[in-house]
Design a protein around this ligand. Structure first.
Ligand code: AMP
Ligand code: FE
Ligand code: FE
Ligand code: ZN
Length: 289
């Protein structure tokens, strides 16, 4: 059984429709795939219909923007109730922060001679519920200011670069609590990825005590050494170990569907830890945009 527990559609910053993503997952030989768009469950109903059609199992999920102190931490959440009111309130606040910073980023880019308007970004984001820097990067690629999303981040959009603007992120401890209350299973995404350092074993032990359930260990942003160390920490703390692609369609290179996978026994642990049976039907679809 091949299981990929972290993918993005164009409901956030991936480039595929949720239904196309499910078809591609089937074609890539996956049996189980989680849709984990940033801060939204808006893609679940469409993904569920397509998953049923092609005969793969969808794990409904999301990747929540959180922070630990000043460090950005992405929290994967699986099998949670997407209409749990306190969770929805937290997600709305994050989505408002995503939209609210767009004008400031555009102004800062224009100040360094890169012509990007709010209108361009809205068009680029299309139907996305979660606007992100990748949509701004796509505008810059379209105008020829940069050659790729990667270049846009390196030159303009990463912290310390001229187009960077902070946005609201939910405190990690609060997000772990909300996911648990919503019946879901919280797993830290790429804990030692782009900005390692904040998540020491001691810190992870404290987070486990308040309801953290797993670590994404096998991820492109982790070196073999980091994976080995994280696997040991997960074992010490009794945490589930996952592996996944973090696929963003054509938006991120070297993140092909199934490039990392989750062991079936670890997947079974996630299923056993979930305490709600979330509806992925249209009745559960939260707001878009
Ligand atoms: P934001 O959601 O606006 O904070 O932007 C962060 C998102 O941008 C992450 O979820 C990544 O998927 C994406 N990202 C970050 N760095 C890069 C990069 N170098 N190339 C492509 N996508 C990136
Ligand atoms: Fe992303
Ligand atoms: Fe992430
Ligand atoms: Zn992701």
């Amino acid at each position: 059984m091949r299981i990929d527990l972290h993918t993005h559609s164009f409901v956030s910053d991936g480039t595929d429709a949720p239904a196309d993503l499910m078809r591609e997952a089937k074609a890539a030989g996956l049996d189980v795939v989680a849709l984990t768009d940033h801060d939204t469950a808006a893609g679940w109903p469409e993904a569920q219909r397509a998953a049923d059609e092609v005969g793969i199992t969808l794990v409904p999920g999301m990747e929540i923007s959180t922070r630990l102190g000043s460090a950005s931490v992405h929290l994967l959440a699986y099998l949670l109730d997407p209409v749990h009111p306190p969770l929805v309130a937290a997600l709305d606040r994050i989505l408002d922060g995503r939209n609210g910073r767009v004008p400031a980023i555009c102004a800062q880019l224009r100040a360094v001679g890169v012509d990007v308007t709010e209108e361009d970004v809205r068009r680029s984001a299309g139907d996305a519920a979660a606007t992100g820097r990748p949509h701004i990067a796509d505008v810059m690629v379209a105008t020829g200011a940069v050659g790729s999303r990667d270049e846009a981040f390196a030159k303009f959009l990463n912290p310390g670069r001229p187009g960077y603007v902070r946005r609201y992120a939910c405190p990690l401890e609060e997000a772990i609590g909300l996911v648990g209350q919503a019946g879901g299973v919280p797993v830290i995404a790429h804990p030692w990825g782009r900005a390692p350092g904040a998540l020491t074993e001691e810190t992870l032990a404290g987070l486990t005590a308040i309801g953290l359930r797993g670590l994404e260990v096998d991820h492109q942003e982790h070196s073999p050494q980091a994976r080995q160390t994280l696997r040991g920490i997960a074992r010490n703390l009794g945490l589930v170990v996952t592996g996944s692609s973090d696929h963003h369609g054509t938006g991120k290179v070297d993140h092909d569907l199934g490039c990392h996978t989750t062991d079936p026994d670890e997947y079974e642990r996630i299923l056993a830890l979930a305490t709600s049976a979330p509806s992925t039907g249209s009745a559960a679809a939260p707001r878009r945009g």
